[in-house]
Design a protein around this ligand. Structure first.
Ligand code: NAP
Length: 273
C-alpha cells in the first residue's frame, strides 16, 4: 500500500470513474491525497460517486465530475481544456471507459462493432491526445494508464469487438510510451481478468453457472477484487513506478496462462453454443 500523501497536489481524469474499476481507482487516488475528475455519460452515476469520495476523504476538492461521451472528440477536447484551466494542469489520465457484450462474431452488427471500437479505441486516443498535448505544452510530464483486459493479446470467442479494441489500446500504450518518454510522460496498461463489477456481471457473466465456469478457469480460483485492481493502478500512476513505461501489468490470478480452458468457458457463454 502506498503512503497517504502519494498523490497530494496531483489532479487527474478517470474516464468511466463513477462505477466499478474506475470508481475503485478514483477512490484510492483520492484516499492517497489526489484530486480526481471522473468523466462519463451519466450524471446520475457521477454525482453520488463524487459525493462518496468527498465524504470519505473529508475533502470537498477531492473529486469533481464532467459529463462526457468519450466517442465525441470535440467534447473530449473541451473537457481537457476546461480541466487544464480550472485546475492549473492535468497530471494523470486513466482511460477506463468501455463498452462490451458477449456476441458471436458473425452476429455482431456494424453498429455494435463501431460502438465498442468508438468507446474503447477511439475514446482512448481522443483522451490521450487531448491531454497528452497539454502535458507536453506544460513540460511537467504526466502519467497515462489504460485499462485493457487479459484477452487483448490472445483474443477470445465472444469478444471480437472488445479484444480488437483492447489490442489497439495496448499498441497505443506502447507507442505513446516510446514517443512521449522524452516529455517525461509515462504510459502503461493494466490487464485485469474477471472482476465482479455490476457492469461486467450484467453484460459478461449474468448467470451463477457462467461465473462458476469462469472461476474454474482461473488458477487462483477466484475473481479479482476491486482493491487489488486499484492498488496496481495507483502504483503505476505514482512516482513509485517512475521508470516503468510501455508496460502491461496483468492482474488475472494466472488466468490467461491457462489459455485453452478459458476459451472453452468463453465459448460456453456465446449465444449459439
Ligand atoms: P463498468 O462499471 O460498466 O464501467 C464502464 C464505465 O464506462 C462506466 O462507468 C460507464 O459510465 C463508462 N462509459 C461507457 N461508455 C462510455 C462513453 N461512451 N463515454 C464515457 N464513459 C463511458 O465496468 P467495469 O467492469 O468497471 O469496467 C471498467 C474497465 O475495466 C473497462 O475498461 C473494462 O473493459 C475493464 N475490464 C473489466 C473487467 C471485469 O471483469 N470487470 C475485466 C477486464 C477489463 P456511463 O454509463 O456513465 O457512461
Amino acid at each position: 500500500m502506498l503512503p497517504d500523501k502519494t498523490f497530494e497536489g496531483r489532479t487527474g481524469i478517470i474516464t468511466g470513474g463513477a462505477t466499478g474499476i474506475g470508481f475503485a481507482i478514483a477512490r484510492e487516488v483520492a484516499r492517497l491525497g489526489g484530486r480526481v475528475v471522473i468523466a462519463s455519460r451519466k450524471e446520475e452515476k457521477l454525482v453520488p460517486a463524487v459525493e462518496q469520495i468527498r465524504s470519505e476523504t473529508g475533502r470537498a476538492d477531492a473529486a469533481h465530475f464532467h459529463v462526457l461521451d468519450v466517442r465525441d472528440a470535440n467534447a473530449v477536447e473541451e473537457m481537457a481544456a476546461k480541466i487544464d484551466t480550472d485546475f492549473g494542469g492535468i497530471d494523470f489520465l486513466v482511460n477506463n471507459a468501455a463498452g462490451n457484450f458477449i456476441v458471436a462474431a458473425e452476429e455482431l452488427s456494424v453498429n455494435g462493432w463501431n460502438s465498442v471500437i468508438g468507446i474503447v479505441l477511439n475514446g482512448t486516443f481522443y483522451c490521450s491526445s487531448a491531454i497528452g498535448k497539454r502535458m507536453i505544452a506544460k513540460k511537467n510530464g504526466g502519467v497515462m494508464l489504460n485499462v485493457i483486459a487479459n484477452y487483448a493479446w490472445t483474443g477470445g470467442p465472444g469478444v471480437v469487438h472488445s479484444a480488437s479494441a483492447k489490442a489497439g489500446v495496448l499498441a497505443l500504450t506502447r507507442t505513446l510510451a516510446t514517443e512521449w518518454a522524452r516529455y517525461k510522460i509515462r504510459c502503461n496498461a493494466i490487464a485485469p481478468g474477471p472482476v465482479d463489477t455490476p457492469g461486467a456481471a450484467e453484460r459478461l457473466f449474468p448467470d451463477p453457472m457462467i461465473m462458476e465456469g469462469i472461476r474454474k478457469t482461473i488458477p487462483a480460483r477466484r475473481f479479482a477484487n476491486l482493491e487489488e485492481i486499484a492498488h496496481a493502478a495507483t502504483y503505476l500512476l505514482s512516482d513509485y513506478s517512475s521508470y516503468v513505461t510501455g508496460e502491461n501489468f496483468v492482474i488475472d490470478g494466472g488466468q490467461w496462462l491457462s489459455g485453452s480452458d478459458y476459451f472453452t468457458r468463453l465459448k460456453q457463454m456465446m449465444p449459439k453454443q
